[in-house]
Design a protein around this ligand. Structure first.
Ligand SMILES: [Zn+2]
Ligand SMILES: [Zn+2]
Length: 107
């Protein structure tokens, strides 16, 4: 995690959130794993995908993988965790500004 990445996330959340979004659940990755094709998914999403399809394929490019479980993507995991935290903090900040608006209205 570099400060540059945090700054760029703060400037505009959407591109980073896009990068850190699982194509299966469309949410920020939780414990992401990376397939050999380079696509990443939440560990649980990929497991569920494999279980439902009965094939160990990439949900995006449909390549087949013989691995029982792909390796974890620690860099992406760190980024996703930071992003999730940032999102939570931003929501809290939104609450604060809403409170401020309410207080202003009352006065
Ligand atoms: Zn997911
Ligand atoms: Zn793929």
């Amino acid at each position: 995690m570099t400060p540059i990445k945090i700054n760029s996330m703060a400037a505009s959340a959407s591109p980073s959130e896009m990068e850190c979004s699982c194509p299966v659940c469309c949410d920020i990755f939780i414990d992401p794993v990376v397939l050999m094709c380079g696509h990443s998914f939440c560990k649980t999403c990929l497991r569920e995908w494999w279980r439902q399809s009965g094939l160990q394929t990439c949900p995006v490019c449909k390549q087949t993988f013989p691995l029982a479980l792909p390796p974890r993507n620690l860099a992406l995991r760190n980024l996703s965790d930071a992003l999730r935290l940032q999102k939570t903090q931003r929501m809290k900040a939104d609450d604060m500004s809403l409170m401020l608006v309410l207080v202003t209205c009352v006065n």
